[in-house]
Design a protein around this ligand. Structure first.
Ligand code: NAD
Length: 442
């Protein structure tokens, strides 16, 4: 393969860059899919080749192995990742996933999505992501605390409050962030130790967290929907909703929509699926999941996963994992809008089917950007030692989400593309301008 040069001399197509950089040709590879989607949008605005090349690969891919003592005295060696995709607009920012299937390509994809998301909602961060190959359900609380603290210690030298700021993602939560921040602060002792507090966001409110952060991603999904619903002649009141994944994102989106008068008629998670045409009480279900770990056993008709997808709704919110809506699921979906609470829940083939069926897809980099937006607010509050009330958090979040939605709709009108491509265009245009004025060192 020829050496990759960062030059504008040649103007190859999207596919040429994918081939030139040696990405896996497997069409099911998540990173190839994510990069291809990004590069296709970049083509629409003739983004400079050097910027496309830079964005096609993360700046840094860090892999660590670290031993942790289990409660019974034996040790397990864990694998952890931190991928720093791009920091042209600000420090790297992105969650930490604790899941047995965490894989480098997935973390790279999620880091790229973070770069796009931060740019689209105009928060001054770049994109990063990380994770540990671990099943939190298989470990005690004390083991998870040691795993989290030891992982923090393993990556401490390559992150920092002004450089790379992790947050919770699937399988991690505010408690894990508290352990992470405490480890970082205790290891950076001295008069500046307290600056370490903002090395992570998504912390508990009692320890530097922001009001409204826990519900922020779900709130952002709702804010975006409210802005876009008139485009398809829908309103929240009486709207039928189904939710795939009832963790942080799914349960908060459902609870907020429920309170606004929408009817949550079907929910699925890793333990099963339920339907209730009269409406599921999202608050009661969230409580049930909190106690039992999943929706199994909650009131409502138990249905199969296929029946979940086939349920007629106005809005389906995928809020579980990546690549869950393939051609097969897309063919079954009976909805007017798919609002991507999860990252990359729809494969390109699934996307094509949804588009053929006239289903509007609100892409993840727009729909779920509320989390990183309030993370940014948390970071600002930590930096200034000034804490905001919930009204201010919600107001500022809404402003960012509405502006991002409008930017996306504007790009769709201007370039005659779907919402996903439009969101990428709005994000890439901003990064491209930053590179134009910054130039490339040296
Ligand atoms: P979570 O761990 O709180 O919840 C995940 C949910 O997915 C659980 O309800 C789980 O049962 C369900 N799930 C897992 N495997 C499943 C399967 N095979 N079938 C059906 N359901 C399954 O995670 P979360 O924080 O809510 O994140 C969900 C998605 O949203 C992820 O893609 C994440 O990257 C994305 N996201 C999260 C945030 C955030 O602030 N938490 C922000 C932006 C994007």
């Amino acid at each position: 393969m020829s050496t990759t040069t960062v030059t504008d001399a040649a103007k190859p197509t999207t596919n040429t860059i994918v081939e030139e950089l040696g990405f896996p040709s497997d069409p099911n590879n998540l990173y190839t899919q994510t990069v291809t989607t990004m590069l296709e949008a970049a083509e629409c605005i003739n983004l400079r080749r050097r910027v496309k090349l830079i964005l096609a690969q993360p700046k840094n891919e860090i892999m660590v192995h670290f031993p942790v003592r289990m409660d019974d005295g034996h040790h397990i060696l864990f694998k952890g990742y931190r991928v720093q995709h791009n920091n042209a607009l600000g420090p790297y920012k992105g969650g930490l996933r604790f899941h047995p299937n965490v894989h480098l390509d997935d973390v790279k994809s999620l880091a790229l999505l973070m770069t796009m998301k931060c740019s689209l909602v105009r928060v001054p961060f770049g994109g990063g992501k990380g994770g540990i190959k671990v099943d939190p359900r298989a470990h005690s609380v004390t083991e998870m605390e040691r795993i989290t603290r030891r992982f923090c210690s393993a990556i401490m030298d390559v992150i920092g409050p002004e450089y790379d700021i992790p947050a919770p993602d699937v399988g991690s939560n505010a408690q894990y962030m508290a352990w992470f921040a405490d480890t970082y602060m205790m290891s950076n002792v001295g008069k500046d130790a307290h600056n370490g507090l903002r090395v992570v966001t998504g912390k508990p409110v009692e320890f530097g967290g922001s009001l409204g952060r826990e519900k922020a991603t779900g709130q952002g999904v709702v804010d975006t929907l409210v802005e876009l619903l008139p485009e398809v002649g829908l309103k929240v009141e009486g709207m039928r909703v189904s939710v795939l994944g009832f963790g942080n994102v799914g349960s908060w989106a459902a609870r907020i929509l429920h309170d606004m008068g929408a009817k949550v008629v079907a929910v699925a998670d890793h333990t099963g699926a339920i339907r209730n045409d009269a409406g599921i009480d999202a608050h009661a279900l969230a409580e049930h999941c909190q106690i039992t770990g999943g929706l199994k056993g909650f009131a409502g008709d138990a249905i199969t996963t296929d029946e979940f997808y086939q349920t007629a709704v106005d809005v389906l919110i995928p809020a579980a994992l990546e690549q869950m809506i393939t051609e097969r699921e897309a063919a079954m979906i009976d909805a007017k809008i798919v609002a991507e609470g999860a990252n990359a829940p729809t494969t390109p083939a699934g996307d094509r089917i949804l588009s053929e069926k006239g289903i509007e897809v609100v892409p993840a980099i727009l729909a779920n950007a509320g989390g990183v937006t309030v993370s940014y607010f948390e970071w600002v509050q930590n930096k200034t030692s000034t804490y905001w009330d919930i009204e201010k958090v919600d107001r500022e979040l809404n402003r960012h989400m509405v502006m991002a939605a409008r930017r996306t709709v504007l790009a769709r009108q201007q370039y005659k593309v779907d919402l996903r491509t439009a969101a990428y265009i709005a994000a890439l245009d901003h990064i491209g301008k930053a590179y134009s004025v910054r130039g490339i060192f040296p």
